[in-house]
Structure formats: C-alpha cells, structure tokens
Design a protein around this ligand. Sequence first.
Ligand code: 13P
Ligand code: SF4
Length: 360
Amino acid sequence: MTLSIHNYATLTDEECDALIVKAKAQLGERCVILGHHYQRNEVFKHADFSGDSLKLSKDAAQSTAEYIVFCGVHFMAEVADILSRPEQIAILPDLAAGCSMADMANLMKVQQSWNELAQVLDVENEVTPVTYINSAADLKAFCGEHGGIVCTSSNAQKILEWSFARREKVLFFPDQHLGRNTAYRMGIGLDEMVVWNFTKPMGGLTIEQIKNAKMILWDGFCSVHQMFKPEHIDNYLAQYPETKVIVHPECCFEVCQKADYVGSTEFILKTVRAAEAGTRWLVGTELNLVNRLSEECTDKNVQFMSPMLCMCSTMFRTDPQHLAWILDNLVAGHVVNQISVPEKDALLAKEALNAMLTVV
Ligand code: 13P
Ligand code: SF4
C-alpha cells in the first residue's frame, strides 16, 4: 500500500533527513535527485546534481537512473520527463510546486495571440515563437509545431540569434524581462520591442506597432524578481561604492541596466565564487541561493539586494517531509507524484528542446 504524506507531515526535518539518507542508500543508482539552486538547504543538501534550468535539463537527459526526482518546480520535472527515456520516471516531490510566471501564459492564450498576429503578419515565415523554459509542456510543443525553440536564462542570446537567423520577428513568452534584457544586449532598441497584453484584443497594439516590432514580448514576469528595484542598487552603492552588482535576467530592465553582471543562477554562482577575496557583491536573485552563496564565500561580502524577503514560495514547497515520503514509497515499490507529459505534446516539445540543446 502507498505510504501517505500525512505520516510524514508531522516528522521533524532531522527525522526526515535520516529517512532520506537511508532510502537513497537503498535505491542506489536507481534514483537520482536533481536540485535547483533555489531549493532550501534542507532539501538541496540531498541533491546528487544541482544547477540552473539548462544544466539540470542536460543532467536529466543524460541520466540513466530509473527515477529522476526533481527538487524544483513543475515545468522542470516536465522537461526531465520529455528528455529522459520512456521507461524512466520523473517525480516532483510536491505537485503544488509550480511557477507563477509559467502560469502567466497558457496554450489557449498563446494560440489566440498567434491567430491574431496571423491577421497582420505571415506568422509561419515572419515570426519565431520562443518560449522560456519556465513554461508548460504544451507551450514548448506549440514552439516545436511552429518552427520555434525553447531558451533558458543562460542561453537566451544564442537562442535569439538562432531565431532571428530564421525569421525577422520573435514572439517571446512568458517572461517579458528576459526577452527585453537579452534583445537589448544584442543591439535591438527598445523602440523595436512591444509588449503583448494578452488580456486585450491584438495584444492592445496597433497594426503599425506589430509590423514595426522585432520583439513581441508577452506581458509576463516573475513575482520574485520584480521585487528588486533600481533604488535598492542606488542606496547600497551610496554606502559601498566599490560593490559589484550581479542580477538574474528576470529582473526588470532598469535593474539589469544598473548591474555589472546579468546571468543565470549558475552564472551568478560561478562569477561570485571566482571573484577576488575581499570583494563586495550585491546579488539580485532568490534568497536561498544568496544565503547559501554568502555562507560559502566567507572571503567575500555577499549581500541580498532587497530589504524584503524575496523567496520563491513554490520552490520552497519542496520540503524534507515530501522528499522522504517520495523516496520511502520508491523503496516500497510505489511511484507517487509522477510527472508524465502526454505523448503528443512530449514529441513536439522535445523538438523545441532538442533545437535548444543543439544550439548550446
Ligand atoms: P535559472 O535557469 O537561472 O536557474 O532560472 C530559473 C528560474 O526559475 C529563475 O527564476
Ligand atoms: Fe518561477 Fe520566479 Fe520561482 Fe523562478 S523564481 S520558479 S520564475 S516564480
């Protein structure tokens, strides 16, 4: 009989720790645990591999384990399911661990926008749909079906170069900031970008605006990264002018413009770790990552950018209780919380993901 989560909910983190270590030893190579950098310490420490979205996608694709337990959010486990072999099983410890940004775009709205754009443009020849990996599998499938591609925060520029080499315009969803920040760095002016307001007919744009745009940016954002403000940087620099500022590209344009470095979670970690001792860093990304980095880099001063607690509450849902519950069930021969993408979507989404993996 499947073990119930209710039996685990009342256990302490320490009790769960012992169960996780025991279950991992029993499962051995049959199970791999992937942990995103935003996971809390109590979970992160059990990961066999950690990384940003791109690295973890590659880890999932290369894994030979029977079970891929993804300590991250829903779209990441979907990618693991799509890129792994059919007999491998992707598992998300807490099914409620979604991504609020990913939820800002859905297939019905994207399809409707595509149809509306088709009234003005020859979409199949003029527009490459590019979805950020933070999106549901059916949106990746949409891109696969329409000659598009997936990107992550660490390869967005290369993916946009790939896209513009094929078609003159890009429809970028769901994160307007990653799209804008990346395109601007490539020399595309803000006057060549429009924001597609998915609640309005024709995105709230005129025909002329659509025809003149190179980048059509979906009106989505990350609720965590939107908390970082330019004034946080100004205030800190006024006190410590020698500070280097490093942020994730999901931050708004003004914050990225003020930063010395912009890049994925993996990039942020590598850059700060490699920096000279004694340097001071102001970091604009999720709190768990910054706290861990600050504890690790004792020879540097690593500060979190916002005075507010910017935590990804959905990443936080994965706790030692859920991880212990998942693993004990696997030991007992039961798979719980499997993430399985329907075959039709998986095939098309894989085309868009493989297109990305051939670029980077
Ligand atoms: P990374 O790909 O940089 O890990 O980012 C994922 C994410 O969700 C950031 O909010
Ligand atoms: Fe989604 Fe933002 Fe959380 Fe990243 S930090 S998983 S984009 S809600």
